[in-house]
Ligand binder design. Structure first.
Ligand code: PEP
Ligand code: CO
Length: 499
């Protein structure tokens, strides 16, 4: 996100009002007129008169916290309607263009970050280290595959979490489930578990700080390719992956020296800064609605909370509120799909989220575990090919591979993550489609949350540094190992020898 792109757009105005009355209906009832089913496939969301930032309130909104005090909610939303946008339409469009190229087979998307951001874990070093691993992974993948890598952080807004149970019961006491730091608090007390709309405002301000830091890192010298050795994290340095990275970094150094020698200016922005984008799950709709603004140059609505938003596996119902909201915004979108999604359902989701079949607009983020993926992904791809839909296929090899240990830790085995990624590449090879990206929960810290991989975390050592606020994350060396795997597979596809 080079700052100059922010200047490309003129002022953003917020036209639609958000009333407490519209909020009170959000969980309870479904509109008699299902907007998704009556809208012609070719209509433009920007031009459609039946969509507005709050039209989602007429549909069933799954996974939405119930706020006791509607006035308090309306107050928080009102405050958010006045805050500055976190991202700008020009930046969003530049991401869209990059994703369009990926959908045509030119490039690879790398999405990564915490399962859930938290207030407690917030620190500039935490952001720096995650950014650093993303840079490292991206260097391995770009150099390895000779393809542009589109870098997107699950950051600056990734707070709200879908839960399998609305309530949590401990020793016979039932309290509302923890739904992320922008909804309530993790501590198991009635006060902490109260859904507090003001936490949305707190999350906004933390996201603003995170974005500020990310903008500084991506353009202020940290991402300068000549610093590629400095991206290797201390705790990764001594591992096999760390030394593999060092070797690759030396090769890149050599290429840079060669470029300099033949007169290429390696101090130009292409070498010294990166375009870095943000994304999060579009779950907490009052927050997303409040940050949705109309771009005065195009008249289009953009959700200015993030460059890209995705709809999760649990909220992607065709007539649900999350598809209703996302169909009207101009941002690139994603949708998570497990083995529960049929080819017919997927086509209908695509028709709703990207009715004009615009390349780069929609990414299908597949998360089903290796075995189910080998069985189910071919028919999803076949349906997309048959219907001539332009999508970016992204593998999320972590969410279909979660298990609980005997010691009660939620973890993921790195072998299973790797197996799912391999299956993703195999299926695309067979189908002649483009494996367009990867989406992982990871951190730059030396956590022990996922077992296996070069870092050889075991069920027993999980407790050492198990810090996540939600799902287990890959640590720096596990993430780097995945990047090498991806680079090797991309090389194989283009006939390049192994790294
Ligand atoms: C997530 O990405 O954190 C998540 C909840 O994913 P999914 O919707 O795929 O379960
Ligand atoms: Co998760």
């Amino acid at each position: 996100m080079r700052l100059s792109t922010a200047l490309l757009i003129a002022g953003l105005s917020r036209a639609a009002a958000f009333t407490p009355a519209s909020l009170s209906t959000n969980v309870a009832h479904k509109s008699a007129l299902s907007v998704a089913s009556v809208r012609p496939e070719t209509s433009s969301p920007a031009a459609s008169d039946d969509w507005s930032p709050e039209s989602w309130t007429n549909a069933v909104a799954k996974q939405m916290p119930i706020y006791e005090d509607q006035e308090e909610l309306a107050g928080a939303v009102k405050e958010l309607e006045k805050v500055a946008p976190l991202v700008f339409a020009g930046e969003v469009r530049s991401l869209h263009e990059k994703l369009a190229r990926v959908s045509q087979g030119q490039g690879f998307v790398l999405m990564g970050g915490d399962c859930a951001e938290s207030f407690k874990e917030f620190h500039v070093n935490h952001i720096r280290d995650t950014f650093r691993v993303i840079m490292q992974m991206s260097l391995v993948m770009t150099f390895g595959s000779a393809m542009p890598v589109v870098k997107i952080g699950r950051m600056a807004g990734q707070f709200a979490k879908p839960r399998s149970e609305p309530n949590e019961v401990i020793d016979g006491v039932s309290l509302p489930s923890y739904r992320g730091d922008n909804v309530n608090q993790e501590e198991f007390t009635p006060e902490a578990r109260r859904n507090d709309p003001n936490l949305m405002v707190k999350a906004y301000y933390q996201s603003a700080q995170t974005l500020n830091i990310l903008r500084a890192f991506s353009t202020g010298g940290f991402a300068d390719i000549s610093r590629l050795h400095a991206w290797n994290l201390d705790f990764v340095e001594d591992t096999a992956e760390g030394s593999r990275y060092r070797k690759l970094a030396s090769k890149v150094d050599e290429s840079l020296r060669f470029m300099k020698a033949i007169g290429i200016d390696t101090s130009s922005p292409e070498f010294t800064s990166v375009d870095f984008y943000t994304a999060h799950e579009c779950l907490l709709l009052p927050y997303e609605q409040a940050l949705t603004r109309q771009d005065s140059t195009t008249g289009k609505w953009y959700d200015c909370s993030s460059h890209m938003l995705w709809v999760g596996e649990r909220t992607r119902d065709l007539d649900g509120a999350h598809l209703e909201f996302t169909r009207g915004i101009g941002n690139p979108l994603g949708v998570k799909v497990s083995d529960k999604c049929t080819p017919d359902e997927l086509i209908r989701i695509i028709n709703t989220m990207n009715p004009q079949n615009i390349p780069g607009k929609l990414s299908i983020i597949v998360r089903m575990g290796a075995e189910k993926l080998r069985k189910n992904l071919p028919e999803l791809i076949r349906a997309v090919q048959r219907e001539g839909k332009a999508v970016v296929w992204i593998s999320d090899p972590v969410h279909g591979n979660t298990r609980k240990t005997d010691g009660g830790f939620k973890t993921r085995d790195f072998d299973n993550v790797r197996a799912e990624l391999r299956a993703f590449f195999d299926v695309h090879d067979e189908m002649g489609s483009h494996p367009g990206g990867v989406h992982v929960e990871m951190t730059g810290e030396d956590v022990t949350e996922c077992t296996g991989g070069v870092s050889s975390v075991t069920d027993e050592s999980l407790k050492e540094r198990y810090n996540t606020a939600c799902d287990p994350r890959l640590n720096g060396s596990q993430a780097l190992e995945l990047a090498f795997l991806i680079a090797e597979r991309m090389r194989l596809r283009t006939g390049l020898p192994s790294l």
